[in-house]
Design a binder for this molecule. Structure first.
Ligand SMILES: [Zn+2]
Length: 262
């Protein structure tokens, strides 16, 4: 859905759970690429400046240390929203994996880090390249990790009907596994009765002048012991101007399910 609608649904859902501007700190883990700042600007309007945990391709390279630091910045008795995910461009010709950028004649790779990682994974699978050792030098450490964290998804990418579409989905799964470990280890640093809203999805970047989109993939409410209190993903997939229509569709789907069961 367009970012505006997504942010509207997100704000509405969080407000119902007691997350407001004055008691919520937003932490993002989104790729370094400048096309991803648009979503942060939208979040900033509601919740103020965000803490940044992310690095290349959107992986939370800030790790446990960044989560714990962020937790110590939450307003007293407040909550945090952690939003993470990869991104993928769609250019003016509808090509997935590319985007038109300001001042450039032709569209280019988006996400570039993801494309480089996919190329590395393919090369390893063909036996052309060896698996890179985990880096001991910071020179290009993040990209090496992105490539290696994508490696387990090589078969999915190779078998995909459209690898450009599969790439952000595989990256989302890899990032979800990482952020779950980080939150599990650091959640105790959220003070008082503070809650963690953990939201993952895929950003879809579009050419200048058109709205970006966000595809929510998971949205969980956790306490500071790591217990899952609620699954809120359904609230983000609703067009609030069509709530009645969605209720009818949901009812129809339920009736159809009953029909097949019977
Ligand atoms: Zn990127």
């Amino acid at each position: 859905m367009p970012n505006d609608m997504f942010l509207d649904n997100l704000t509405h859902t969080l407000k119902e759970r007691g997350f407001g501007k004055n008691n919520t700190l937003v932490a993002t883990s989104l790729c370094c690429d400048e096309v991803n700042r648009e979503l942060e600007k939208g979040l900033k309007k509601t919740f103020g400046d965000n803490f940044s945990m992310g690095g290349l391709a959107g992986f939370a390279f800030g790790g446990v240390t960044s989560f714990c630091a962020m937790a110590h910045h939450i307003p007293t008795n407040g909550n945090c929203l952690v939003i993470f995910g990869p991104h993928v461009g769609v250019d003016a010709d509808g090509v997935v994996g590319k985007v038109n950028r300001r001042g450039r004649a032709h569209s280019g790779a988006c996400c570039g880090s993801a494309a480089a990682a996919a190329s590395y994974v393919s090369s390893v699978r063909k036996g052309v390249s060896k698996v890179s050792d985990n880096p001991t030098d910071p020179l290009d450490a993040q990209q090496t990790y992105v490539g290696n964290m994508l490696l387990p998804y090589g078969t999915r990418l190779a078998l995909a009907i459209d690898p450009a579409v599969e790439l952000p989905i595989s990256l989302y799964d890899a990032q979800k596994a990482l952020i779950d470990k980080i939150v599990s280890k650091g959640c105790g640093e959220v003070g008082g009765d503070g809650k963690i809203a953990l939201l993952g999805g895929i950003q879809i970047n579009t050419p200048p002048g058109t709205p970006d989109y966000f595809l929510p993939m998971s949205f969980e409410l956790l306490d500071n012991k790591g217990n899952k209190l609620a699954n809120m993903i359904g609230t983000l997939r609703m067009n609030r101007s069509n709530e009645d229509l969605y209720a009818l569709i949901a009812l129809g789907m339920f009736a159809a399910t009953l029909f097949y069961v019977m």
